[in-house]
Structure formats: C-alpha cells, structure tokens
Write a protein that binds this ligand. Structure first.
Ligand code: ADP
Length: 163
C-alpha cells in the first residue's frame, strides 16, 4: 500500500482556526486525512459529536490538498488508526504546556502499536494560544471570538451559550 493515510484526532469542541491551520498543513503531507472526532460524553462537550462533525465538514475546503474524511471515534486511538489503514497520527503542538501530555500519549501509543508514528505540527504563531477551551470561556463571558473560529462556529457558540 503506497497511499499515506493520516489520522488527526481531537475533541474539536468546537473547531477553531488553530485546528484548521493544522488540517491544512497535514493535507500537504498525506494522501488522505481522517479527522477523528472523539465521542467524549463523560467530558460533557458543549457540542454533540454530530454538531462537531458538521462544523468540520462545513469549514474544510474541498480543494487544498489530500481529501478529508470526518469520522467519530471512541476507544483506543491506535486501534482506530489501524482499522482505517493509517500509520500516521497528527497532533498539534502549541506551547511547552502541550508537550508533557503529548509526549506521554505518543510514547504510549508507540508502545501499543509500534508501526504507528505520531507527527507533530505547529500552527501559525497567531494561533499558538488558541484552544477550544479558551474560545468557549471567552464566548461564555461575551467576548468576541470571530477571528479565532470560522464565522459559523462563532455564531453557534453565541446561540448555545446565550440562549
Ligand atoms: P484534545 O481533547 O484531543 O486535545 P483538541 O480538539 O483540543 O482535542 O485538540 C486536538 C489537537 O489539535 C491536539 O493535538 C491539540 O494540541 C491541537 N491543537 C488545538 N488547537 C491548536 C492550535 N491553536 N495550534 C496547534 N495545535 C492545536
């Protein structure tokens, strides 16, 4: 098999411009990118997995590199990765604060599935402080998040948080 399939997993609760930047970079490195949206009901996400998937589908351009598929997943990431025929996991790194957790996850995943490689990408500097958690917090307090997420996501946040 010569096709390079990569999996970019996350909660995407909700999708931010930081995620979109990582997606654009990953699409230049693989032949097929699978966005794996975590079903994490115990974390009480603000948006359901269906809503998070719809946000991604609506905001990922159809052109611009490798085709993107959006799937939900739960369970072990390395099992999902191998099931879809991928050997590359893409993760984003923002600041040093991401490193410790990502380092542990990558090495644990390597132990579970030695053939799967984790690749780290960095988004544009202007997104280096953007996280879904912070975007939700700012939106909850009435702050403007329009330059941090796609417009439809900012609208969805306002509707969900200020009904
Ligand atoms: P998770 O709950 O798995 O951390 P997230 O949706 O918060 O899910 O993030 C998914 C991935 O995207 C993680 O690897 C995270 O570090 C990365 N990421 C999120 N925002 C950014 C950003 N602004 N710049 C770079 N990477 C990012």
């Amino acid at each position: 098999m010569t096709e390079k399939t990569a999996v970019y997993p996350g909660s995407f609760d909700p999708l931010t411009n930081g995620h979109l930047d990582i997606i654009a970079r990953a699409r230049r490195l693989c032949d097929r990118l699978i966005l794996a949206v975590l079903v994490n009901d115990e974390k009480k996400p603000l948006f359901t997995v269906e809503e998070r998937i719809a946000m991604i589908c609506d905001n990922v351009a159809s052109d611009g590199g490798a085709p993107v598929e959006v799937l939900e997943f739960s369970g072990l990431l390395v099992d999902f990765t191998q099931r879809v025929g991928a050997r590359m996991i893409v993760r984003g790194l923002r600041a040093v604060s991401d490193f410790e957790y990502e380092f542990q996850m990558a090495l644990m995943n390597r132990r579970l599935a030695p053939a799967v490689e984790t690749v780290f990408l960095m988004a544009k500097e202007e997104y280096s402080y953007v996280s879904s958690r912070l975007v939700k917090e700012v939106a909850r307090l009435g702050g403007d998040v329009t330059s941090l997420t796609p417009p439809a996501v900012a609208d969805a946040l306002a509707r969900r948080l200020h009904r």
